[in-house]
Design a protein around this ligand. Structure first.
Ligand code: BG6
Length: 495
């Protein structure tokens, strides 16, 4: 569907008083509204446990929307948008909530004298997903014109994912289920496709003959903020690696699609997932490492250790850093290592993918000082820099034939000169139009849980005895360096 403006829509937001709704979802809906991308008849029905007035909730949302409006916030626009906000204080574990919801929807549709599209957004921990789905089903709200959007991580492990997925599929078809991974909505992530398949020059070298290894870093200076009660049960592997970083890996490793559509893209991604070499007990420690931050300094300020954060157990064994080494056993990538690392309270907030090409095989210059001192790398900068950098060697002017590393840069900001839309804006618009290309299919999520199941099991069976093992403001534990140094390689420290 290209245009959804005439499609009356009721957007039901479960978990409306939570952090994600406040920080991401409502500001994104507001920007869609300002860009006339929301349906003309639209209602945002917020569901939360707290008792509060619509006005109070709207004021809370306003503050966040204003802070994220890229300097273009207008009170008049907000006023018009907020007239569409309703609030239902309810407990999602009781059936009455869904009867109330059904009644609300029925009344609204009578007023519109038309049925509407229903979008149910689950912005809650996944332990609530099954009760909500069953509640919706019990109230017959799983209509053909309804879709559900669920946040990652879906489940806590393979079995709990399967349980949730089975419940979802008892009431909704796969086409009605949108599993969100907001990294896929980032412009810079979508651009990996454009770069690889919109240009003829990358594909011939995008394979084991030319690529030495790939390193993916998603580092944050932030701690767990107000989300410790969630994070304590999740940890870095479930929160980031199993979804966001794996999705990035899929986009780097994927085969060219025949058509850019949901089915083809997701089939190609599954090809990657099913070719990832499984972890085994014997080599697990050499391929998966974990860490937890101690106190340290970030941006000149002292920050406490993870264990000293509010709502964190004093002897918590939750990992705030995880790194793995993966291999993709297929013709294109056999034996090319993919190193993935992510952590909280790191030295810098930076997400980037470094594709490191092989060294030149032979030195042909009379004076070849400097050759391979900086190998050729293509750096895909996801954030905060948004662009692509090619790092290669050039002749230093005036010298005989001394080579020096240089950079060639593409920057979104300079080339397009517009603020890139937030990932949630892109994804919510897609979900409203029924386009699932940038969402995860069930088999992919299942494969991701399956891949990491041995790591999760090993980590829960053997609690770490060295936590905390990295200082806040550093690049993670020593074991992360060893993971890559043992292959005579190193993480690239971002610019
Ligand atoms: C979320 C994680 O999915 O992604 C958070 O739950 C993390 O822990 C966030 O901070 C990072 O996303 P972004 O878009 O801010 O880089």
């Amino acid at each position: 569907m290209d245009d959804n403006r005439d499609q009356n829509t009721i957007f039901v937001l479960f978990g409306a008083t939570g952090d994600l709704a406040w920080r991401k979802i409502v500001p994104a809906l507001f920007r869609l509204f300002c860009n006339t991308k929301l349906p003309q008849r639209f209602l945002l029905l917020c569901v939360g446990r707290q008792s509060m007035t619509e006005r109070a909730l709207s004021e809370r949302f306003k503050e966040s929307a204003a802070a994220r409006a890229h300097g273009t916030f207008s009170n008049d626009d907000w006023q018009r948008f907020s007239e569409q906000i309703r609030y239902l204080s309810a407990d999602v574990s009781i059936q009455k909530t869904y009867a109330d919801l059904a009644q609300f929807i029925h009344q609204q549709e009578q007023q519109w004298t038309q049925t509407s599209q229903l979008l149910f957004y689950f912005s809650m921990p996944s332990t609530f997903f099954s009760p909500i789905v069953e509640g919706l089903g019990g109230a017959k709200l799983n209509r053909n014109d309804a879709v559900v959007v669920v946040e990652k991580p879906i489940g806590h492990d393979l079995q709990s994912f399967r349980d949730i997925d089975n419940t979802l599929k008892r009431f909704f078809t796969e086409e009605q289920i949108f599993r969100i991974d907001h990294f896929l909505g980032k412009e810079t992530v979508q651009n990996i496709f454009a770069m690889r398949f919109g240009n003829p020059i990358f594909e011939p070298i995008w394979n084991r003959r030319y690529v030495d290894h790939v390193a993916i870093t998603v580092a944050e200076t932030l701690g767990v903020e107000r989300r410790a009660s969630y994070y304590e049960h999740a940890g870095a592997l479930r929160d980031m690696l199993q979804n966001h970083l794996l999705q990035l890996l899929c986009l780097i490793a994927i085969e060219p699609p025949v058509v850019y559509d949901a089915s083809d893209i997701r089939n190609r991604k599954m090809d990657v997932m099913s070719a990832i070499r499984p972890f085994n007990k014997e080599t697990l420690d050499q391929r998966a490492i974990r860490g937890q931050y101690d106190k340290g300094r970030i941006g000149g300020a002292e920050v406490p250790s993870y264990r000293d954060d509010l709502d964190v157990a004093p002897a918590s064994t939750t990992e705030t850093f995880a790194a793995v080494k993966l291999f993709i056993d297929n013709w294109r990538w056999q034996d090319v290592a993919f190193y993935l690392r992510t952590g909280k309270r790191m030295a810098a907030s930076v997400s980037e993918i470094s594709v490191r090409f092989r060294d030149v095989p032979h030195c042909a210059f009379p004076v070849c000082f400097g050759l391979n001192s900086q190998p050729v790398r293509l750096i895909i900068q996801i954030q905060p820099q948004e662009g692509i950098v090619l790092k290669f060697m050039a002749k230093e002017p005036g010298s005989l034939m001394t080579l020096k590393p240089v950079d060639m840069r593409f920057s979104y900001k300079e080339s397009f000169n517009i603020a890139t839309p937030d990932a949630y804006e892109t994804l919510l618009w897609d979900a409203l139009r029924g386009d699932a290309t940038l969402f995860m299919r069930a088999d992919q999520v299942e494969a991701a849980w399956q891949l990491f199941a041995p790591v999760l099991t090993a980590w829960s069976e053997t609690p770490p005895n060295d936590f905390p093992n990295y200082a806040a403001g550093s690049w993670g534990p020593e074991s992360s360096d060893e993971l890559i140094h043992s292959d005579k390689r190193q993480w690239l420290i971002p610019d």
